[in-house]
Design a protein around this ligand. Structure first.
Ligand code: ADP
Ligand code: ZN
Ligand code: ZN
Length: 721
């Protein structure tokens, strides 16, 4: 027999498989989707078997497969086809698509092994044996009820166990021990659904076959409960479910709620797990030991074979798009998988992406709505203009926010304050000559961190000490400027010395489990105020939070990207949605200098519809998605002129090959022109139909694949420009 094997090679042409001979009396014929070890030149490589053919005389002397790595396929038929789809859609070589779909331990890469952990059990097999000692008697009587672990029974007597094993009265067997155990108690749901929830659930449960839904439900409208009821239904039919959440570590509460409802039927997949843990969770799915997979983006590849529903929570979240190759979007994959399994797909959000809502308007998705909060009470939002506050001498906390904070603390309620910048201050500047300390690798201002007295680059992680004097003019007046979360906490503590404040941003959550610890401690009211970056805006549900403050609500509008208004609206709506979710009423303060912007106005009125219409008008005028498709081509290299030159060549190439219906912007410096000593030049293509462009882009990618000077990075549907 002959196997077609796909291996990872950096320099070869894309998607070429290599043929290897194998003897089907020695190796199981059914090799497709399994990994094999093959000789390649003078190396040995791991690869995926994509096809098996009967032996025929090729005229070549084919080499033999060295060994078969997997007992069962790691890629079934559905996943093999899915890889081909991703490869075509993102113009990424097939091998990288398969690698991205699998946990590290199952990728076709050599030298990667995960230890399996085993636990040894004892079982009674000879019921007629008459015990010769007290210890033997005790062991046998225990084993008559059920099997025990060897280590536990050895506590009674090591020698008795040995004797019984030798005489084959008992036998031992091993079972794999998973690194994450699911030992939560199942709590029966005792919730009376709201009328709106009921209608939504009925619609989805009664739909037959593939159908994509957009569940547009305001914050606190009980979307999670809807998901769980739908999943319960699916499980009762003997089918499986995938639930995507933006980031597991940020949403431990959701996982908790699911655990309480579904107990050990859940596998958890996300990036903060160790490779061993990921491998374990994957196998729980593959062995059909669980029927729900909850996880971030890559959980969409969970190898279920009988899916009954896919849920994508907070569907507008940017992290559903993978930023490196293959640059797939999890919603695209969800659509393909739901179609394959002929099941519903539910995309849920309080602030659907402009694209998704447009699809709902075009009836590509069926729109489902939850217009009321479960408590029927959306929080009131007040805007505070900081220009006036500055005159009063308040540059961080407005008098209003201070007033409500003290009220909140008095009532023993809790507050969340968002500032989407970490560190102490944003820049370090000389007062005398204006010198600004920038990163030597990135040409971006360094952020001062007071705790460590260092300045850090948030792009390349460059770190240096803060200078005592200005490197340019030697003045001593070199100071921090601007505001970050670290300084905000300091200010709050100064104003409210008795309050207990906790900060959550990248700097306070570097250790595994630190997100969960902060969230749990805040939930248990060990802190009064939670300060953080956008990390704290997603899906958190604290019933005692009645006040939310946003410092610099308009900051994200300054990012030069056509989606910055949408992102600002989402961020503000989501964080506002953390206030007053239970019985107590919520209040929200948006502080800023430019509060007239429609994204802030609409967020303050909880008015998605008006925001959507306004934004669509602008997108139409400027011709941006969803009115056109975008492709970004980045040329990356250590020499700026070379990048620009190649950029010109690519622009000309596209221009000469496509005449109509395309707008070519650039080449120009990217928004961040230099990161980590590499220059970024960007070309943006706008067009209606992608068919003819496709071949030209493949051409470009192939041409630059082995270029030593510049790297061409293609994104067929960029979320950020
Ligand atoms: P969303 O995801 O829409 O923001 P959640 O699903 O987190 O909202 O629900 C908000 C809160 O309301 C949660 O604490 C949840 O337990 C509760 N809840 C949901 N549905 C109901 C219901 N039918 N009756 C009472 N409480 C509910
Ligand atoms: Zn100076
Ligand atoms: Zn840097």
């Amino acid at each position: 027999m002959i196997a077609q094997v796909l291996v990872e090679l950096k320099t070869k042409g894309i998607d070429q498989t290599f043929s290897y001979h194998f003897n089907d009396t020695l190796i199981d014929k059914d090799l497709v989707g399994r990994r094999v070890l093959v000789p390649f030149g003078n190396r040995k490589l791991e690869g995926f078997v994509l096809k098996v053919d009967n032996d025929y005389d090729t005229g070549y002397n084919l080499k033999e497969i060295i060994s078969v790595i997997d007992i069962k396929p790691v890629l079934n038929k559905e996943l093999l086809d899915l890889g081909i789809y991703i490869s075509k859609k993102t113009l990424t070589p097939l091998i990288y698509c398969y690698q991205a779909m699998l946990p590290s331990a199952l990728k076709a890469k050599q030298g990667f092994y995960v230890n399996k952990k085993y636990i040894t059990y004892l079982k009674l097999v000879d019921n007629n044996y008459i015990p010769r000692s007290e210890a033997q008697k005790k062991v046998i009587s225990l084993l008559k009820n059920h099997d025990y672990t060897k280590s536990e029974l050895q506590k009674i007597s090591i020698s008795a166990i040995k004797t019984l094993l030798d005489k084959q009265v008992i036998v031992e067997y091993e079972e794999e021990l998973y690194r994450i155990s699911n030992n939560s108690e199942i709590v029966k749901a005792n919730i009376k659904l709201t009328e709106e929830q009921q209608i939504v659930i009925e619609k989805v449960s009664n739909s037959s076959g593939f159908k994509p839904y957009l569940l547009f439900g305001v914050t606190g409208s009980g979307k999670t409960e809807v998901y769980m009821q739908l999943i319960d239904d699916v499980l009762n039919k003997g089918k499986e479910a995938i639930v995507l959440v933006p980031e597991i570590s940020l949403t431990p509460q959701v996982v908790d709620i699911f655990r309480k409802r579904f107990g050990n039927k859940i596998a958890i997949l996300h990036s903060r797990l160790s490779d061993g843990e990921k491998y374990d969770e994957w196998r729980k799915i593959e062995r059909e030991e669980v029927s729900i997979a909850i996880g971030a983006r890559s959980a969409i590849f969970a190898p279920f074979t009988n899916l009954g529903i896919i849920v994508v929570d907070e569907e507008h979240t940017m992290t559903y798009k993978q930023e490196n190759n293959p640059k797939y979007h999890a919603i695209d994959i969800a659509l393909v998988r739901a179609k394959y399994h002929n099941c519903p797909l539910v995309l849920g959000s309080a602030t659907p992406s402009i694209e998704s809502y447009t699809r709902a308007k075009l009836s590509i998705y069926e729109l489902l709505t939850l217009t009321h909060r479960v408590n029927d009470n959306l929080p009131k939002v007040e805007l505070v203009d900081m220009k006036e506050e500055l005159r009063k001498g308040n540059n961080i906390l407005s008098s209003k926010l201070k007033h409500y904070l003290s009220e909140c603390l008095e009532k023993k309620e809790q507050a969340i304050i968002l500032l989407n910048r970490r560190g102490y201050s944003t820049t370090v500047v000389c007062h005398d000559c204006g010198y600004k300390v920038i990163c030597p690798n990135c040409e971006i201002a360094l952020t001062y961190h007071k705790k460590t007295n260092t300045m850090k680059c948030h792009y390349c992680n460059y770190i240096t000490y803060k200078p005592h004097t200005c490197p340019e003019c030697h003045s001593k007046h070199i100071d921090e400027f601007g505001l970050g979360t670290e300084k905000l906490v300091e200010e709050i503590k100064k104003q409210f010395p008795d309050s207990r404040v906790v900060r959550m941003d990248i700097d306070t959550t570097t250790r595994k489990g630190s997100h969960e610890r902060i969230i749990t401690a805040f939930q248990n009211h060990e802190y009064d105020i939670l300060v953080g970056t956008q990390m704290i805006s997603k899906g958190l549900d604290f019933d005692n939070v009645t006040l939310v403050g946003v410092i610099q609500s308009d900051a994200s509008l300054n990012i030069p990207d056509f989606r910055s208004a949408e992102r600002t609206f989402n961020l503000l709506s989501q964080v506002a949605g953390r206030a007053g979710r239970a019985s107590k009423e919520g209040l929200v303060i948006f502080q800023g200098f430019n509060l007239d912007h429609y994204s802030i106005k609409c967020a303050s009125k909880h008015d998605y519809e008006v925001f959507y219409n306004y934004e669509m008008n602008i997108r139409k005028k400027l011709d941006y998605p969803p009115y056109c498709n975008l492709t970004s081509i980045k040329i990356v290299g250590s020499n700026l002129d070379e990048c620009m030159n190649e950029g010109e060549k690519i622009t000309n190439f596209v221009h000469n090959n496509i005449k109509n219906n395309i707008t070519i912007l650039g080449p120009s410096m990217a928004v961040l022109p230099k990161i980590n000593n590499k220059y970024y030049v960007q070309i943006v293509l706008k067009y209606k139909k992608e068919q003819e462009l496709y071949h030209i882009l493949i051409n470009i990618v192939n041409k630059y694949r082995n270029n030593k000077k510049v790297y061409v990075d293609l994104d067929m549907a960029p979320l950020k420009l």
